[in-house]
Design a protein around this ligand. Structure first.
Ligand code: FES
Length: 105
């Protein structure tokens, strides 16, 4: 699926995200090196660091927020109503056309 991700410098990247590799958005950002090493995915995708926070820019249906993600976002910085944790969003066909922006570090 194609996903648009705006990096922390404001540059938009249109990336091809594989749906058959059990990857999530945080891992996708790392795979495409859209954020410097060590600034995203610090907790390894456990919903415990918020380094993978991103803002959802369009109306694509995403999986419901789980309690761990909800709790983490209630204490993270720069949280907006459209914030999600990238590591909690698996890449599936439902994400076609999704547009995201990485939250500040
Ligand atoms: Fe730590 Fe997503 S990688 S919360």
């Amino acid at each position: 699926v194609t996903i648009k991700i705006t990096d922390r410098d404001g540059v938009m990247h249109e990336v091809l995200a594989p749906t058959d590799m059990a990857m999530n958005i945080m891992e996708l950002v790392r795979a495409y090196e859209l954020a410097p090493e060590g600034t995203i995915g610090i907790c390894g995708g456990m919903a415990m660091c918020a380094s993978c926070q991103c803002y959802v820019l369009n109306e694509v249906e995403l999986p419901e927020m789980g309690p761990d993600e909800d709790a983490m976002l209630s204490e993270a910085f720069n949280v907006k109503p459209n914030s999600r944790l990238g590591c909690q969003i698996p890449i599936t066909n439902d994400l076609e056309g999704l547009e995201l922006e990485l939250a500040p570090e």
